[in-house]
Design a protein around this ligand. Structure first.
Ligand SMILES: [Mg+2]
Length: 252
């Protein structure tokens, strides 16, 4: 069963931006290991609850569930897509079951991240392959929700009935159409290099948040040609953001 595409979650940032081509930067922020450190236990909790969910929904043992989870994550960028496509699993039900754990004790983020994010001029959007309820909970618990105009989670990444999560070029083009600004006015901030690569293919600017806990991050210690700015924190990004080509929004 295919779910109809949902609209990205609009938050109450209180900012008003024109919908037509406008002189402002659109920041696309990944969530895990970008806005908070998921390597402090959240990834392990997700791995565990996702493997349990695969075992329950597909009716296999934990070893097989673990193998399936990794296979589909590698192939589709999200385990849910493989389960949905090959096993007819209900996407919403799976997303809920697979991110069902106590988040608060595991959360960790930079101390003054709200202040640092506020130093970056432009609209801010969360763009995550995780489910919406999880993204919303992370932002809310860290007091960050009001900083972002919209949350684009896995549920919103559908095109013609198919899920197109990051690093889909079609998804990036959808974002471009939605915000009606040229590609070079977007900045994708991410810890996962393959997502930055596809953003750069379309002409977006890219910031790599280096996190040693991100899978495969150690393989890419040098700077890649598709990374415009490489950093280890949002604080450092806030300090060095003028190295990017930003468009300042003016309300006049
Ligand atoms: Mg990430």
């Amino acid at each position: 069963m295919q779910h109809p595409p949902q609209r990205p979650l609009r938050t109450r940032s209180g900012r008003h931006y024109p919908q037509t081509t406008a002189p402002h930067t659109v920041w696309l922020f990944d969530l895990d290991n970008t806005l908070h450190n998921a390597s402090h236990g959240i990834f392990q909790a997700i791995d565990r609850s996702m493997t349990e969910a695969v075992a329950e929904f597909v009716r296999v043992d934990m070893d097989e569930a673990n193998a399936l989870r990794q296979k589909y994550w590698k192939r589709y960028g999200a385990t849910m897509i493989g389960l949905h496509r090959h096993h007819g699993v209900d996407a919403q039900a799976f997303l809920h079951r697979s991110h069902n754990f106590d988040l608060q004790p595991l959360l960790s983020a930079e101390d003054d991240i709200t202040h640092q994010l506020n130093r970056l001029p432009g609209r801010k959007i969360v763009l995550t392959n995780a489910p919406e309820h999880y993204a919303r909970d992370v932002l809310q618990l860290l007091g960050m929700q009001s900083l972002f105009d919209e949350i684009w989670a896995i549920e919103h990444m559908q095109l013609q009935g198919r899920f197109r999560p990051k690093p889909s070029l079609a998804l990036m083009q959808q974002l471009q159409a939605r915000f009606a600004v040229p590609a070079e006015q977007f900045v994708l901030v991410e810890d996962t290099l393959r997502n930055l690569k596809s953003a750069k293919q379309l002409g977006m600017q890219t910031v790599h948040i280096f996190n040693p806990g991100t899978p495969h991050s150690a393989l890419h210690r040098g700077r890649n040609s598709y990374v415009d700015l490489r950093t280890h924190s949002i604080r450092d990004l806030a300090q060095r953001h003028r190295k990017l080509k930003l468009v300042e929004y003016s309300s006049r």
